[in-house]
Design a protein around this ligand. Sequence first.
Ligand code: UGA
Length: 451
Amino acid sequence: MKICVLGTGYVGLVSGVSLAAKGHNVVCVDVRPDIVASLNRAQPHIHEAGLPELLGKVIAERRFVATLSLEEGLTGAEAVLIAVGTPSLDGRIDLQYVRRAAEQIGTWLKTAGTPLSVLVKSTVVPGTTDTVVRAILEETSGKKVGEFGLGMNPEFLREGNAVEDFMNPDRIVFGCEDEISQAVLEKLYASWHCDKITVNTRTAEMIKYANNCLLATQISAVNELANLCFEMGDIDVQEVMQGVHLDRRWSPVTEGGRVRPDILSYLIPGCGFGGSCFPKDVQALRTLGRDYGLPMPVLQSVLDINELQPLQVVRLLKSCMDSLDGRKILVLGLAFKPDTDDVRESASLRIIRSLVQEGSEVMAHDPAAILNAKKELGECPVQFVNDWKPVLNGADAVVIATRWNDYGALARPEIAARLDDKPVVDARRMFRPEDFSNAIYLTIGRRPLKD
Ligand code: UGA
């Protein structure tokens, strides 16, 4: 089956390469010549585990090509996936790229002889495909849905794990406006064996938002509890959560023993969520609700808590240092989460900006995200270091802002011994207090004992 994918961001590229790996013939279309050229040399422009290898394989097997030409992509294709960006704009999603893609496809459909299904893969707010996209396609093509297919197929890919998530999904959602798109979606995913559900397009869109909004709500709820535990003192929210996690509804007791589902990893106190999805999606659904006259107080609180959560790190440092002015703080981690170079909405960058405002001299390290952080932080004075261990001695305090495995070394006796009673803020709960007998261990949701 020939498939055209519009957009080669992490959703478009991972989808295209994975579909090719499952035997489809994929043409990815992008407007940037540099990206198209590097993809055809099997060099992805995004950092995703397993992607370079899989891209090399599907190019060698002649099942994947990147092009600047939409016509080359659409000619002979049974489906076109719209996977262009939907950036955030004043709490809403900016649909300009989706609109443009729909216009171009509609114009092509006008003279196309073969039936084509247009499938929206980008994350769009509920009601976008069956109103905005449908209207543009029908207007520019002069045809009605039914003469071409219209569907919505949300993605549930985690950055850093996207190829694995696409190849081994927990579910596939088919949002369909007609029978053509349903048949095409079933054919497209015939070799995936997982739960598949068929709904209308606005339900498919809502499934994606509901999923992310509930995960973000869990994170903010736990962070609110963490802040209360900190205020009260003599209580560690981590121990509280251990007790909560043992509820059999969170971690079922089976004959084989207790199951510890992945969902528990969204119930860990910390300095807040970031990335290109959770903040944007929660804002967009909150705004959509308000457009319908609903105040959406839960989602607003999720955002408010998350906005302030990185500042808890500054507060913890202030609890044991008279002033942060002129103090050298080493921040470990810049990416919004480990195993990615993405710094969008990263809590770490908010921590750094606040520390700089307090007059601190910030040194920062990340195994993959220094380049992106430099661009994002612009003029903000930060000394980036490629190796964090040599600068430990010169730092007055250390903050762990991203849970990279590499930072586990901090608790090794020979390294921990160099901490010399300095404050260590573990903003991602990587360690136990007893790992640092030679430092002041501080963490969100646990007031330091000397208070
Ligand atoms: C998220 C969802 O997990 C995916 O299912 C979804 O497809 C994707 O958004 C998307 O909409 O495309 P992702 O943004 O890659 O994936 O990241 P997650 O691994 O879910 O982490 C999101 C943020 O939550 C990170 O900043 C992480 O540090 C933070 N987090 C996670 C916490 O602050 N606390 C936790 O307990 C867990």
